[in-house]
Design a protein around this ligand. Structure first.
Ligand code: 5GP
Length: 351
């Protein structure tokens, strides 16, 4: 047994120190970034936020809205080929630059991915997603995918440590998804005791990835727009959001009415609800690692997106970053023991 003595950080442990700036207005801030990916050599430009590949977040309806903002959607893996075909046929082809195709790591997943990518030359991003990115099987699937799709940008995860980030990049991944246990509807840390504080994971993994010309996604744990600023400040190239984008019209979920109020169900992809829906049962040797929650219905996602982008622009002006790209080098984190003034509680808020 070994103990690492240095303190690892979550978003709640820090704030970003303001710095002198020559920016006069938030409107001067450019959130669009451009990347050239290591293996695919593809150029992507957009706002580096990704809707998570959960079946009530990474939906076709979400992609149609977010693409207008140049924001990506990782489409969940449970749509059928026919549903994909209808989607691809119904949207302008440039919209597909903001779409990632999610997959698991079985042989049938690989076959399905091939079939989906054949629907359009504009589909160029795949997201190989497993809860535990530390297995040899996962690494060999990443290698197999790189061999099968030399020109496709491959995102792979999830991991939280530098050596595994390096292994996956060297195996053919362009972008590594970072985060184990921080998610809003995740119970992995409670069920297993495994995890890594998200901000430290981002700081350490981005350092490892950038050294090899790779990129990272900070996946999970953002609760407020300020957490995206902290992720980018810590070195994340992309930020993936589940809970913050859940509960909207674009979730494609059933809206429940109770006493005149509208609600919508949101759940982890390893929750009992998701497993029963897609696998039909929960195998005896495993447990659920996801929550099921009932959220007040939040209407259209564009209002939430504007709030998030406004927060990010404002963070950039506070530290004098004219481009989002500069946020990392303009960031000094200060360790804190409280985040906000909590004199009023939720019941007092009008909005
Ligand atoms: P959030 O933005 O909601 O905090 O985190 C979203 C991320 O949580 C997803 O992208 C995914 O990595 C993770 N996640 C989604 N469902 C589950 C689940 O059922 N269990 C666990 N452990 N993680 C989940």
């Amino acid at each position: 047994m070994r103990i690492e003595e240095d303190k690892k950080l979550s978003f709640k442990d820090v704030l970003i120190r303001p710095k002198r700036s020559i920016l006069r207005s938030r409107s001067q801030v450019e959130l669009v970034r451009q990347f050239i990916f290591k293996h695919s050599r593809m150029i992507w430009s957009g706002i580096p936020i990704i809707a998570a590949n959960m079946d009530t977040v990474g939906t076709f309806s979400m992609a149609k809205v977010l693409a207008k903002y140049k924001i990506l959607t990782a489409i969940h893996k449970y749509y059928t080929i026919t549903q994909w075909k209808n989607f691809v046929d119904s949207v302008p082809s440039h919209l597909l630059h903001y779409v990632m195709v999610s997959t698991g790591t079985s042989d049938s997943d690989l076959k399905k991915i091939k079939n989906i990518l054949e629907l359009s030359n504009e589909l160029k991003y795949i997201c190989i997603d497993v809860a535990n990115g530390y297995s040899e099987h996962f690494v060999s699937f990443v290698k197999k995918s790189r061999d099968s799709f030399p020109n496709i940008t491959i995102c792979a995860g999830n991991v939280v440590t530098g050596e595994m980030v390096e292994e996956l990049i060297l195996s053919g991944a362009d972008i590594i998804k970072v985060g184990i246990g921080p998610g809003s509807v995740c119970t992995t840390r409670k069920k297993t005791g495994i995890g890594y504080p998200q901000l430290s994971a981002v700081i350490e993994c981005s350092d490892a990835a950038h050294g090899l010309g790779g990129r990272i996604i900070s996946d999970g744990g953002c609760i407020v727009p300020g957490d995206l600023s902290k992720s980018f400040g810590g070195g994340a190239d992309f930020v993936m959001l589940g809970g913050m984008l859940a509960g909207h019209k674009e979730s494609e979920g059933e809206i429940i009415e109770e006493h005149g109020k509208k609600f919508i169900i949101f759940y982890g992809m390893s929750s009992k609800l998701a497993m029963n829906k897609y696998i039909g049962n929960i195998a005896k040797y495993r447990t659920t690692e996801g929550k099921i929650v009932k959220l007040p219905f939040r209407g259209e996602v564009s209002i939430t997106i504007n709030d998030i982008l406004g927060g990010l622009r404002s963070a950039c002006t506070y530290v004098g970053a004219e481009h989002l790209k500069e946020l990392t080098k303009r960031t000094t984190f200060v360790l804190v023991s409280e985040q906000e003034n909590c004199i009023f509680n939720h019941n007092d808020f009008i909005t």
